[in-house]
Each structure stands twice: as C-alpha cells, then as structure tokens.
Design a protein around this ligand. Structure first.
Ligand SMILES: CC(C)(COP(=O)(O)OP(=O)(O)OC[C@H]1O[C@@H](n2cnc3c(N)ncnc32)[C@H](O)[C@@H]1OP(=O)(O)O)[C@@H](O)C(=O)NCCC(=O)NCCS
Length: 183
C-alpha cells in the first residue's frame, strides 16, 4: 500500500523529506563513523547502510512519514535522520510510534536534532493526532537521553533488554521515554 501524500516538514534551518539517491553516500559516511555509531552494536557496511535507507524510504512511501532524511537548508546536504516509525518490537508498551535521530558528528550540538524532533512531534500530535510518542536508547547514550529530556519526554522507569541484542551485551539494557500530546 502507498499513501497519496509524502509528508515533507520544514523548520527554520532544516527540511525533513523522503530519501533520495544522493543521500546514500553522506548517510553511509555517517553510519560507518565509529563515533556516530558508538551506541549501536556495529558500524554499517555500505551495503547495510543502503539497505537501511531503502527500509526508511519504504516506511515513508507506505505511511507518508517516517525517519526522514534531514537536509540542511543552507547547503542542501543530507546530515542524517530524524523522525518517527511504527515500533512493533518486543519492547514495553509496544506497539507505539517511536521518535529517533542520528546526525553526522560534524553537525552535533547545533540544536538541529531538537529542531527536527520538535517539528516531528508537532506533526505527530497535530496532524496524526497521536496521544503519545516514545523513544528508547541504551543506558549509556547520554546525548540521546539529553535530547529526550530537553524535548520534555519522561523516563517511564521501564528499562528493558533490547530484543535484538544478547542479554549480556554491554548495550542490552535500554531506557524508555514517552511524551504525551497534552504535556
Ligand atoms: C543524539 C544526537 C542525535 C544529538 O544530536 P545533536 O544535533 O547534537 O543534538 P542537539 O544539538 O539538538 O542537542 C539538544 C540537546 O541534547 C542534549 N545533548 C546533545 N548532545 C549531548 C551530549 N553529547 N551530551 C549530553 N547532552 C547532549 C543537550 O541537552 C542538548 O542541548 P544543549 O546543546 O543546549 O545543551 C547525536 O549525538 C547523534 O547523532 N548521536 C549518534 C547517533 C545516536 O546515538 N542516535 C540515537 C540512537 S537512540
């Protein structure tokens, strides 16, 4: 199934849009960077990164929204992903809509993730009419937890072992955050 309208969001400095061919290279540079991927089990090969883009593209084609490509208006370059996906994994409270982010390291600490996440949440609550959006990350990922807290998301105190990691993996334990429409 495909939807008629592919959503594009615009904020002050950013455009959140569907993925395109020219994003593959900058996204592969980001997913092969050990610094960006330090809270993921491994960096991605070019083939794995391209396959991930295809998956993200398909979610947007199917639903109209998803983990969008983040384009910097000033330069038109793709600097990473921010957005939301349907999460059906074996995670507390799932199924739910999950918000997520991953930016190339040379664009960190400029407020881009907050800006893109706020645009995503406005869309989730005002257009999609969702009641809540969730986020989760491994317990050591303080930058990501910092974004969650700055957005006003609340720790649900429902830490869990990520279903796709061995229980004894150092990144297994995850925290779960939530933001409600009326918050
Ligand atoms: C997490 C990530 C997306 C944050 O991106 P960013 O664009 O630097 O975030 P912002 O500039 O919008 O920062 C927003 C707030 O988040 C918090 N934050 C961001 N980076 C932080 C860090 N390194 N340490 C602590 N808090 C941090 C701060 O509160 C920050 O506000 P401030 O700069 O005014 O203090 C980025 O670090 C990243 O891509 N990390 C690798 C991928 C990843 O782990 N993704 C999440 C998987 S769950």
């Amino acid at each position: 199934m495909t939807v008629e309208q592919i959503i594009l969001l615009e904020s002050e400095r950013l455009i959140l849009r569907q993925w395109q061919e020219s994003d593959l290279e900058p996204f592969a540079a980001l997913t092969s960077d050990p610094l960006v991927m330090q809270y993921f089990p491994a960096v991605l090969t070019r083939a794995e990164s391209d396959a991930l883009v295809k998956k993200l593209q398909n979610h947007i084609t199917q639903h109209g929204w998803g983990f969008w490509a983040v384009e910097l208006k000033a330069t038109s370059e793709c600097i990473g992903l921010v957005g939301m996906i349907h999460q059906n994994g074996d995670i507390p409270n799932a199924p739910f809509v999950e918000i997520g982010w991953r930016l190339s390291a040379n664009h960190w600490r400029k407020g881009y993730t907050l800006e893109a996440a706020r645009a995503s949440l406005d869309f989730a609550f005002q257009t999609l009419g969702l009641n809540a959006v969730y986020a989760f990350t491994t317990l050591d990922n303080l930058p990501s937890i910092g974004v969650m807290e700055k957005l006003g998301m609340v720790n649900q105190q429902q830490d869990f072992n990520h279903p796709s990691l061995p229980v004894d993996h150092p990144m297994s334990r995850h925290c779960l955050y939530k933001i409600e429409r009326d918050s």
